[in-house]
Design a binder for this molecule. Structure first.
Ligand code: SIN
Length: 487
């Protein structure tokens, strides 16, 4: 990493527990590679159950003090962290492009997006109101107060190495909780850089602890089984989310799970086609298709199908594939070889079932982890590619006849994270939005996420909400106080 222009105070090759930058007890490390070039970027400690327990102990010891700090004072520390993130936004963006691959314009956007949660919760922590209820009898009064839930474990993914951390830590800290975070082993440097800035901001010792590890199963088991951890917040696959859910049963932890998606992107005959094409390119190819809210299937009504396909193809062929550090790049690599293998086999199986590749369809000559932006037509809802989360730059297009068929196809999935539709009909907007079984719906809009809105899914896409005032509630418990003897 020394050859890069990233501020050296942000490049950390140690984890952070109880205010100390430390290595794994075993001395083991994880190698981190640049997915665009295959270059080794550096190494971080490969910690296990012992260090996870130390981090829980640190978070537990810090809790008594931190929960007693006033929301205003906690907010001031969060605000200082926000200011430092903004001051170092270019360093953080460059670091993220290096280890995650997405183009600089996207990593710059993510750093601001991530920071917006810190700024929002610096304010929102002061708005954790209790309630006074109508008295049930004349000698009693009933009220409730909101209190921090306690120690929180946060397990975060590689696709948003910055924002998924701030979206969890900022509300947790604002609520008065302390945290143990395990970032993805694919992208630990962005996480550790955020940690370095939190330390500089003066967040007290033990309030945030960050462990780096490739031993997800072992670390997950400690975090879920320890009764001092009162809440687990996880963003990642539905498969792992279900495992953590079942492992959390013994200690009855509160859970926030932001899991997989299978977002339909639906375009009706009466849509503004220019807006729909532009929206579909963003919703599909943002982060090389590696977001949980990415359009996974594009459903187009018969009357505009051919026109949409022609315009969409022309727009997709404008994407510039390459190393995310090049200013002109609009589509970077995917994260690793396993992702390339999965995407390739989904495309091949769809072809074998009758889908037509009209653009892309294979890896790109920019390097082994680049996949060409791909469009498939003649896809049916029954094909595996329309049922599974692709997590890559592949757009399967499915035709539909009418609104009823579009709705049936859209809801035909165990997932329920995000859905999008484009129409100019005022009545259909309400009717269709209410009938979709998804936690978030973009209506003539393809970018849903921001700090003021509740992000989260239904069905097997998870539970809990991040962002907005609901995101703060998820880190708090309601305590009912019953006062008697009132004369
Ligand atoms: C995700 O893919 O997990 C998050 C996407 C977002 O925040 O927009």
């Amino acid at each position: 990493m020394s050859s890069l222009s990233v501020n050296s105070s942000l490049i950390k090759d140690s984890a952070y527990i109880n205010g100390l930058w430390c290595q794994a007890e075993s001395g083991r490390t994880i190698k981190v590679f640049n997915p665009a070039t295959g270059d080794l970027l550096g190494q971080v400690p490969d910690m296990g159950p012992a260090e996870t327990l130390t981090a829980i102990e640190a978070a537990h010891s810090a809790l008594t003090h931190w929960r007693a700090v006033t929301p205003k004072a906690r907010g001031q520390l969060l605000r200082r962290w926000f200011d430092l993130i903004i001051e170092h936004q270019d360093d953080l963006a460059q670091l993220m492009t290096l280890e995650q691959g997405k183009p600089l314009f996207e990593t710059r956007g993510e750093v601001l997006y991530g920071a917006s949660y810190v700024e929002w919760y610096a304010e929102e922590g002061k708005r954790a109101y209790g309630k006074i209820f109508a008295a049930s009898s004349s000698d009693k009064r009933a009220l409730s107060i909101q209190q921090p839930i306690g120690v929180v474990a946060a397990i975060t993914p590689w696709n948003f190495p910055n924002a998924m951390i701030t979206r969890k830590i900022a509300p947790a800290l604002a609520a008065g909780c302390t945290v143990v975070v395990k970032p993805s082993e694919e992208t630990p440097f962005s996480a550790l850089a955020l940690m370095a800035l939190a330390e500089q901001a003066g967040i007290p010792v033990g309030v945030i602890n960050m462990i780096t590890s490739s031993q997800a199963v072992e670390v997950g088991a400690v975090l879920t089984q320890d009764s001092r951890v009162r809440k687990l917040s996880f963003t990642g696959s539905t498969r792992v989310g279900k495992l953590l859910y079942s492992q959390s049963a013994d200690t009855v932890k509160k859970l926030s799970l932001e899991l997989g998606g299978n977002a339909p992107f639906i375009i009706f005959d009466d849509a503004d086609l220019d807006a729909a094409v532009a929206g579909a390119v963003i919703a599909k190819f943002r982060n090389a298709g590696q977001t949980c809210v990415c359009a996974n299937r594009i459903l187009v009504q018969d009357g505009i199908h051919d026109e949409f396909v022609a315009r969409f193809k022309a727009a997709v062929e404008q994407l510039i594939v390459g190393n995310g550090l090049a200013p002109s790049t609009t589509l970077g690599p995917v994260i690793n070889q396993a992702a390339i293998d999965k995407i390739t086999s989904l495309v091949r199986r769809a072809q074998a079932q009758g889908a037509q590749v009209i653009s892309g369809g294979q890896t790109h000559n920019a390097g082994p982890l680049f996949f060409s932006p791909t469009i498939l037509t003649q896809v049916s809802q029954q094909m595996e590619i329309a049922q599974q989360e692709i997590f890559g730059p592949v757009a399967p297009i499915i035709r539909f006849k009418d609104e009823a068929e579009a709705l049936a196809m859209a809801n035909d999935t165990p997932y329920g994270l995000a859905a999008y539709f484009y129409t100019e009909s005022h009545s259909r907007i309400w009717r269709f939005a209410e009938a979709l079984e998804f936690g978030m719906v973009g209506i003539n809009e393809s970018i849903l996420s921001n700090e003021i809105a509740p992000f989260g899914g239904v069905k097997e896409s998870g539970q809990g909400r991040e962002g907005s005032s609901l995101g703060l509630d998820d880190y708090m418990e309601t305590k009912y106080l019953c006062m008697g003897g009132i004369r």
